[in-house]
Design a protein around this ligand. Structure first.
Ligand SMILES: Cc1cc2nc3c(=O)[nH]c(=O)nc-3n(C[C@H](O)[C@H](O)[C@H](O)COP(=O)(O)OP(=O)(O)OC[C@H]3O[C@@H](n4cnc5c(N)ncnc54)[C@H](O)[C@@H]3O)c2cc1C
Length: 378
């Protein structure tokens, strides 16, 4: 039976973010590491956007960054300067290529492609079953979600689902330095929805139609909404669709297990997706940093300390959306009208002070949030 120091199950964002930090740290050069995924990462299956003040660990592969972001809602439009932050985008394919070309030079890492069937503790030793064989390790870092979580009372599971196109135009219509973070003037007939626009140049942009609802739409409904939005926004623009993207991010206040003895759950499977926003990339980076630091200093493996008050805020927002106490358009309009965008970023990063949070909470309509808060508490 094969035994490793570390097994990393899943070579997506979380698995590779963790492994790349191990590769860059000499304390791991003699560790035997197994990386396993059901299939090679050959496709540009997603793009990650996030805000950041400094250069990040993956700065070399940032595809595009913006320092101004538009917010649009019914009767309100504003261009926000986000200094000292930048809004950054990393393309999935660049991320996978960058990581795998570095990993290929490491003799201590074995990468294999096979579905993982099970991960469990056997007499406290972490074990993994793949292809019917049992493999063990000192630690298993797991980013595979084997099944949808079973929800408890007061837990919600909404879907942030989106379809988008990279489009190219003949004449320049986009302002390359200005992205659109949220545009609620898109059709709301399918539920809470917004569009976003990420221009790569004056003639090329990624435009996404995003919904926060409990069920998916049919493909043609996303496409219809995208056609209409682009038509309205850029008045009968001629364009070519050069790439398509579709994605679903779960937005849930379900409590995922962080660790089960030496099985450590990472990424979305480890609860790193922010329930109220779907943003995950930066939470994964923080979690990876903490894990590698703890391991390399032989400290007890401490995970990202979750701040319970942020989980509570997330639950309240999910409650408001899931029970339709208020539309997303109204909520975000209040937020963006009355707060600095940098304070909102800080809040969404779970890094704000109690004083900042009181100001942000105070900018929202009292009744629906109070009712949701009471329902979540009792
Ligand atoms: C289309 C899309 C766009 C997103 N955009 C953003 C964004 O802009 N900003 C942001 O912060 N977050 C974004 N997210 C959310 C989040 O950042 C990503 O989902 C991120 O990839 C999560 O990382 P992960 O490692 O947890 O999961 P994944 O990256 O999905 O990795 C899990 C890996 O496990 C593998 N796997 C699954 N089952 C098995 C099995 N049985 N055996 C072996 N391997 C298996 C999969 O092949 C995959 O490689 C987006 C998500 C999607 C889907």
């Amino acid at each position: 039976m094969a035994h490793y120091d570390y097994i990393i199950a899943g070579s997506g964002c979380a698995g590779l973010s963790l492994l790349m930090r191990m590769v860059e740290n000499e304390n791991f050069s003699d560790k035997k590491i197994l990386l396993v995924d059901r299939s090679p990462k050959n496709n540009n299956d997603r793009t990650w956007c996030f805000w950041e003040k400094e250069n990040g660990f993956f700065e070399d592969i940032v595809f595009k960054k913006w320092d101004k972001l538009w917010f649009h809602a019914d009767g309100y439009s504003s261009l926000k300067h986000i200094f000292p932050y930048k809004y950054k985008m990393i393309r999935g394919i660049d991320f996978y290529r960058h990581c795998f070309s570095r990993i290929a030079r490491q003799k201590n890492i074995t990468a294999i492609y096979q579905p993982v069937e099970r991960i469990f503790n056997d007499d406290l030793e972490p074990c993994m079953i793949m292809g019917g064989d049992k493999v063990t390790a000192k630690y298993i870092f797991n980013s595979v979600q084997f099944e949808k979580p079973v929800l408890k009372r007061k837990e919600f599971y909404l879907l942030q689902h989106f379809a988008g196109w990279v489009i190219e135009t003949k004449e320049g219509v986009f302002i390359p330095g200005e992205a659109t973070l949220m545009d609620f003037t898109v059709t709301q007939k399918n539920g809470n929805a917004f569009a976003y626009i990420l221009p790569f140049s004056s003639t090329k942009a990624l435009i996404e139609y995003t919904l926060i609802t409990d069920t998916l739409l049919q493909q043609k409904q996303y496409e219809e909404a995208l056609y209409k939005y682009i038509d309205k926004k850029f008045s009968s623009l001629n364009y070519t669709i050069i790439e398509k993207e579709f994605g679903v991010i779960p937005m849930t206040n379900h409590v995922f297990p962080g660790a089960e003895n030496n099985i450590i759950h990472i990424g979305t499977a480890g609860g790193q997706t922010k329930a109220s926003s779907g943003y995950t990339f930066q939470f994964i980076q923080k979690q990876s940093e903490i894990i590698v630091e703890s391991l390399s200093e032989n400290k007890a493996l401490s995970l990202v300390a979750r701040k319970s008050r942020f989980d509570f805020y997330d639950s309240i927002l999910l409650n408001v959306l899931a029970t339709r106490k208020l539309s997303a358009e109204k909520i975000f309009q209040h937020l963006f009208r009355k707060n600095n965008i940098t304070d909102i970023f800080n809040f969404l990063d779970n890094d704000s002070s109690l004083l900042q949070e009181l100001k942000i909470i105070g900018s929202l309509p009292v009744l629906p949030f109070l009712r949701a808060g009471v329902q979540q508490l009792f």
